[in-house]
Design a protein around this ligand. Sequence first.
Ligand SMILES: [Zn+2]
Length: 172
Amino acid sequence: MMKLEVLEYPNSFLREPTEAVNITEESLIEVRKLARAMLDTMYADNGAGLAANQIGNKQKVLVIDARFVGTKRPLVLINPKLTWKSEETSIMVEGCLSFPGIGFSIERPEFVSFEAYDLTGRLQKYNGEKNPVLSRVFQHELDHLNNILMIDLIDDVELQKSTKENFDKEAV
Ligand SMILES: [Zn+2]
């Protein structure tokens, strides 16, 4: 177990540009270690996904496990890219390990497809057309690599509501 500290908003590192991984055997050895630490951290904090820049690493690496219960099914995504998004959108409450205890209602395309390199250096394609949870988590995590945070995607009314709900929850 190698649980790392997750950087929390407004840590400025979350706004610093990220860098693509060179897909070479050498760099993949390092990414494997990074991914292991990211997964340990994500599972320890009950997250569904984590971006490398949330633990202070600039590389374009994500880990995702869109199943919240049951068997672990981790995905490691290197240099991920969105390849398709549905026209229909949905609104879901999202959490973020960089905003502990706060949920924001966010509207996004309901389904997306994407591609990314895996830990063996192969480009893999993921079809999210029937998987709203994976589609949702992927979009949230990809945003991190593009320095976009949940508060950038909501209006002032929603911001106020989310903050207040959180405040009430903590007060109980
Ligand atoms: Zn997040």
